[in-house]
Write a protein that binds this ligand. Structure first.
Ligand code: B12
Ligand code: SF4
Length: 555
């Protein structure tokens, strides 16, 4: 029996455009869900995994399969349905699973033979048995199981050529941010995989660099962190020589032993969701966690970096509290926090989230011709009606943010800082320039899609900020702070991305800060910073005093 497992592509995702930007070859990640599914599949099935991000094959030239399994994020759903239609036309049954099918089972069910919702461990073998009998049901519901039921992923099934392997050690997130699908999909309980299984699977990964895909690698409670430390000790003991990156929350900075163990176990970088520079923004997205304990972000970021770990910070733009000037504010906050890489994303109502329910009820979902419009749900394109910002405004804010953070003067400052503090100037330079390059690709897309001219009007009444405003935007009007024409920063070749120094566009830092995050392009960007570089901690560096300069948080 022949089974194809397919990860569909979406050409609007700039990070997988390998031809347009050579840096993106570091940013094509393995579709781990399909490798886990393959691990659950009995040996009588002959499995081929197709990752369309590596190139779309001519399916008609491939041997006819008995069954096709397709995965999809929301942004990949349209392509998933096209691939499904192709196979179904020739009589091959298609099963779809993953996050989008789970959040939109009725839509998927109209376009494939069977839909599997939720995690597949409890149900996949049953699906295969039904398929063999020609008796597939329309919908199968996967239930959440303990993580000892997660099999070893079949890392052998994908070709070499990926820069990173990937692995999962926990599922679920104890937090419940309003824009995020994770708790709906994997739940709030923090389920942990047996440590010996993690180490065993790490040994099967060919690549030296590994992405730990957990939504929160360390967790939030004492027992979560204790388990992470045990895992790190086991990884150190196994002495596998892997370098890895992971998503964590800012509380990682509060535990020196955790940081020491992580660095020793090969942690090269962490991705942290700061989400908003404003306390009101954090309350809006229900990420108050970030402002507990009078958090000083600058000190927290430095503590992590002192262990030779790069910090990527993610922010969301387009929150109801965000006003013109937010782009500049995010960039300045990220600079002040000393982030190595900034990933700013548009607020996007993903199906199944509380944000979706809210925006839908307020008629604020602008890109709403489904399934066609799902392709725009990449978080790098505006799809909703924002409170204080038209599409033209928010695109301008994103450009202003990226130009400001990735100005040559800022990049050089970061390189210089790392030279003195962590002695990794080359990696910082490469990482920052490559992000600048992808920003050029995104800008090209904005123009191709004519986004700065199409302006869905916000048509709802802004909610009152929950907290007193912390974030009045300072400095000159945006139009006057923007530097040379962006055309000077575009184009694939790095030499062509170096325009005149943008230092002239940097005005005074806004008074107050903010922060979000999910894995995404910034996480991918970390790769660049890890390649060929070893990390060094800097014991001599003195711990700076925690300053609670702001009652709620401090950047
Ligand atoms: C790693 C990761 C990435 C990586 C790698 C993605 C990849 N190729 O796998 C990168 C960095 C590239 C990435 C990018 C993006 N990501 Co991402 N990512 C994740 C993350 C953290 C883990 C995914 C993972 O590997 N899980 C582990 C595996 C084992 O689980 P799984 O994939 O869910 O598979 C299980 C089931 O779903 C099921 N299953 C899956 N597929 C199939 C297929 C069949 C046939 C069957 C039967 C079952 C089945 O079986 C598996 C075992 O139980 C998730 C969060 C999460 N917890 O899922 C977000 C997540 C998937 N990402 C998300 C988003 C939004 C994005 C981006 C669109 C935006 C961005 N900038 O971050 C981009 C778009 C990329 C693209 N190509 O379109 C959202 C998706 C929400 C949605 N509705 O689409 C998530 C859920 C995070 C969130 N905050 O909500 N991401
Ligand atoms: S955004 Fe991150 S911290 Fe918030 S619920 Fe999702 S995974 Fe958890």
């Amino acid at each position: 029996m022949r089974l194809y497992l397919i990860n569909p592509c979406n050409p609007l995702v700039s990070m997988v455009k390998v031809k347009e930007s050579r840096w993106n070859k570091y940013r094509v990640w393995k579709p781990l869900g399909l490798l886990v599914l393959a691990g659950l599949t009995p040996p009588e099935w002959d499995i081929t995994v197709v990752d369309e991000n590596l190139g779309v094959p001519d399916y008609t030239a491939m041997p006819r399969p008995d069954l096709v399994g397709i995965t999809a994020f929301t942004s990949q759903a349209g392509r998933a349905y096209r691939v499904a239609a192709e196979f179904r036309t020739s009589g091959v049954p298609v099963v779809m699973g993953g996050i989008h099918a789970t959040m939109r089972p009725a839509e998927a069910s109209e376009r494939v033979d069977a839909v599997v919702t939720g995690e597949a461990e409890s149900i996949w073998v049953q699906v295969l048995e039904d398929a063999m009998l020609g008796a597939l049901k329309r919908v199968y519901t996967g239930t959440r199981m303990e993580m000892d039921r997660v099999p070893l992923a079949r890392h052998d099934l994908l070709p070499t050529g990926y820069r990173f392997g990937s692995i999962q050690t926990t599922r679920g997130c104890p937090l419940n941010c309003s824009f995020c699908s994770v708790t709906t999909f994997n739940g709030r309980a923090y389920r942990r995989r047996p440590i010996e299984n993690v180490v065993q699977e790490l040994k099967l990964i060919r690549e030296k660099y590994v992405l730990i895909v957990d939504d929160n690698f360390i967790g939030t409670r004492k027992d979560h962190i204790a388990r992470t430390k045990d895992l790190l000790r086991a990884i150190i003991q196994a002495n596998l020589g892997k370098k890895w990156i992971a998503q964590v929350t800012i509380n990682m900075a509060d535990d020196e032993e955790l940081l020491r163990l992580a660095a020793k176990a090969g942690c090269s970088g962490v991705f942290i969701g700061f989400e908003s520079p404003n306390a009101e923004g954090l309350v809006e997205v229900h990420k108050e966690f970030n402002i507990r304990k009078d958090r000083d972000f600058q000190t927290s970021v430095r503590r992590i970096q002192r262990h030779g770990i790069i910090v990527v910070g993610s922010f969301i733009m387009g929150l109801d509290v965000d006003e013109p000037g937010i782009g500049r504010q995010i960039a300045d906050t990220a600079n002040r926090c000393g982030l190595d890489i900034l990933n700013a994303l548009f607020l996007t109502p993903l199906p199944g989230t509380r944000l979706w329910d809210k925006m839908e009820s307020e008629h604020r979902i602008a890109a709403d011709t489904f399934p066609e419009d799902w392709k725009y749900y990449t978080l790098t394109l505006p799809v909703a009606r924002y409170n204080h910002l038209s599409w033209a405004d928010i695109i301008r804010e994103m450009e202003s943010c990226n130009r400001r953070f990735y100005s040559l003067s800022r990049i050089l400052r970061r390189v210089w800082r790392n030279f003195w503090r962590r002695r990794e100037p080359l990696i910082t330079l490469v990482g920052n320039l490559s992000f600048r390059n992808n920003f050029g690709l995104d800008r090209k897309l904005y123009r191709e899609l004519n986004l700065s001219r199409s302006q869905p009007l916000p048509h709802f009444i802004p909610a009152k900020p929950v907290l007193p405003a912390l974030s009045t935007v300072e400095g000159p009007a945006l139009s006057t702070v923007e530097g040379p024409a962006l055309s000077t920063v575009e184009g694939p070749a790095l030499s062509t991305v170096e325009g005149p120094a943008l230092s002239t566009v940097e005005g005074p830092a806004p008074r107050s800060p903010a922060v979000q995050g999910e894995v995404g392009s910034a996480l991918s960007m970390l790769v660049l910073n890890f390649a060929e570089v070893s990390k060094r901690a800097h014991p001599k560096e003195q711990e700076s005093k925690l300053s609670a300069s702001n009652k709620k948080m401090s950047f």
